[in-house]
Design a protein around this ligand. Sequence first.
Ligand code: SAM
Length: 235
Amino acid sequence: MHLTPRLKAIADSINKSRTIADIGSDHAYLPIYLIKNKKTERAIATDINVGPSEIAINRIKQWGFENVIDVRIGFGLKVLSPYEADTIIISGMGGMQIMEILKQNLEIANSAQKIILQPMRDSYLLRKWLSKNYFYIINVEVVKENDKFYEIIWTSPSEDKKGSNTINYFDDRLISKNSIILLEYIDSIYNKYKVISTKLKNHNTPNAIKRRKQCVKMMVYCEEVRSWVQQNAKM
Ligand SMILES: C[S@@+](CC[C@H](N)C(=O)[O-])C[C@H]1O[C@@H](n2cnc3c(N)ncnc32)[C@H](O)[C@@H]1O
């Protein structure tokens, strides 16, 4: 079974789990892979929609894993009981959507040992929310898939409730590692703001002027981070 780079990076980080819950599992590729590779004893594949859940059930049957992978239909973490899953994965959704899923069932989220999140956008806002809500950020990595960059966040509910850490647009844990993909990621953000700023060049409304200033600030920040990574980060 072949996983995409996003899902492979998540799977590679799991070693010995008792029960993983994959929220919004869709096709259930990840739970099947984790069971097949003996990275977890049991898995729960959940989805809010019936269609993807039926596809997941069929795939799980094809692999003969119906006794170790449960399929549940429902919103986010609502389909889990506290402490049922030691590892919760929510990947392939927007950052705000992930935030809402965690927010609506904080008790379940707080009962997991590790939560792995892979937002398709708004990673910075999600990390800020996590930190404010006492989820300790263990690690952040970036993966490239189909020429797009995606952050993966490994977090754990902070036991002492003092575990909030400083959150920057480019996470400190991410920029401490030098890699070609990280530099490409920084450049992609730089280019995103450059395009917006160029488009706004001939607009002189107060909002356009304000937005352009924000873009220029982000571009300067990207240049600073890029130069810091090249000089200081570990290879
Ligand atoms: C784009 S797919 C991502 C599939 C897989 N997790 C991945 O990363 O490739 C998103 C899936 O999440 C499901 N989903 C969306 N909102 C959800 C929610 N609140 N609770 C559970 N599943 C949800 C959708 O039905 C869809 O199957």
